[in-house]
Ligand binder design. Structure first.
Ligand SMILES: NC(=O)c1ccc[n+]([C@@H]2O[C@H](COP(=O)([O-])OP(=O)(O)OC[C@H]3O[C@@H](n4cnc5c(N)ncnc54)[C@H](OP(=O)(O)O)[C@@H]3O)[C@@H](O)[C@H]2O)c1
Length: 344
């Protein structure tokens, strides 16, 4: 029998502006044997996330830069194939931070066993960091009240689609923005938003938002930045709250956009704008899974995924985040889901 080979994606060059396929390289390495106290894991699903773009720059931020010539990393779900570890059993399905590779050996740091009865890819989306981020940011910074108007940008994406649905569960009028008419139809029909605006065809979005938000905007869940933020600022109500989750429209710019231009509205309306990084709040993860996992089981929320097959296509999946190729969470399948009987 031939020994399995690990395939992994290496950062070949630091991107300038929008990354290119040549900024990534597929490499193969032998699969190592686990030593004493170690496990061998085969990844099944890996996540590609917008924040990874920032880590491709050689710049200090809240997450360390990737190194040129070294494999990328990120959130993944895998299965323990061999174990010399006292607590992590063979067959266990585990969350890990060793994405962008098919196999790895670990002493167990950063490895969390998962409830294998749930769909495994959900741990990268609705029950993973994007869902947790939406849940935390809306609840703790947005502080929604029934009857208020919530605007969500990136509404058809992984984080935004949970925020839209939470807003409806909590009794808000919800307006989403997304980049195609098909996504807008999904946000309205499947996620239950009251209105959805295609920001690519709605000019500066001000008129469309004014029409969709006749009582003004109480909460703006910010995923994209740029012109949509500027438009929402003009429509804020007194005491509005803006959880600043992400600004994907800015991630590939070498010189940031000037603006926003309507910040005085924050003063006039005594509004709050607060950035947050979800990794500061992992102590709340159990509470999040309890609440959102409950909604999933009761089918009161939906979660969509866009699945790209194979590690060799992981760079394409990542680049697709910036051209809106995903509906819901963008995930890469590295291996078939193990049958339920083989999961521990
Ligand atoms: N603060 C935190 O701890 C934290 C944690 C997780 C995620 N985030 C942030 O949350 C945001 C959403 O992340 P996600 O993982 O859920 O990704 P996602 O929304 O599933 O995917 C990214 C989406 O962004 C949209 N987009 C791309 N370029 C855009 C542009 N120039 N203007 C407007 N929209 C654009 C695309 O949708 P369209 O087709 O609609 O353009 C794309 O589908 C990102 O900004 C991310 O950095 C923050």
């Amino acid at each position: 029998m031939t020994a399995p080979v690990n395939r992994q994606i290496v950062l070949a060059a630091r991107p300038a502006g929008m990354p290119k396929a040549t900024d990534f390289r597929l490499e193969t390495t032998p699969v190592a044997e686990p030593g004493p106290g170690q496990i061998l894991v085969r990844n099944i699903w890996m996540s590609v996330d917008p924040y990874m773009r920032g880590r491709m720059n050689d710049r200090k931020s809240y997450a360390p830069p990737f190194e040129v010539g070294k494999p990328l990393d990120g959130r993944a779900v895998g299965q323990v194939l061999k174990s010399n570890h006292p607590k992590l059993k063979e067959g266990a399905v585990v969350s890990n931070m060793q994405g962008w590779r098919e196999y790895f050996v670990s002493a167990g740091e950063g490895i969390t066993p998962l409830d294998a009865s749930l769909p495994l890819s959900a741990y990268l989306g609705v029950l993973g960091v994007p869902g947790f981020t939406g849940w935390y940011g809306l609840k703790e910074i947005g502080k929604p009240k029934a009857g208020e108007t919530l605007v969500v940008s990136g509404a058809a994406g992984a984080t935004g689609s949970l925020v839209v649905q939470m807003g409806k569960i909590l009794g808000c009028r919800v307006v989403g923005t997304a980049g195609t008419d098909e996504k807008c139809a999904y946000v309205r029909r499947e996620l239950g938003a009251d209105a959805a605006i295609n920001y690519k065809t709605a000019g500066d979005c001000v008129d469309a938002l004014r029409e969709a938000c006749p009582k003004g905007v109480d909460i703006y869940f910010e995923n994209v930045g740029g012109p949509i933020l500027d438009a929402v600022l003009r429509l804020l109500n007194p005491q509005a709250r803006i959880p600043l989750c992400g600004m994907i429209s800015q991630y590939n710019l070498e010189i940031p956009d000037p603006g926003p231009r309507y910040l005085f509205s924050m003063i006039a309306n005594r509004a709050l704008m607060q950035g947050f990084i979800i990794s500061d709040h992992f102590d709340r993860y159990g509470e999040f899974v309890g609440e959102v996992g409950g909604w999933l089981k009761q089918r009161s929320i939906k979660s969509e995924e866009t699945v790209v097959e194979g590690i060799e296509n992981a760079p394409k999946a990542f680049l697709g985040l910036f051209s809106g190729d995903n509906l819901g969470k963008m995930v890469v399948r590295l291996a078939p889901d193990p049958p339920a009987s083989d999961r521990k």
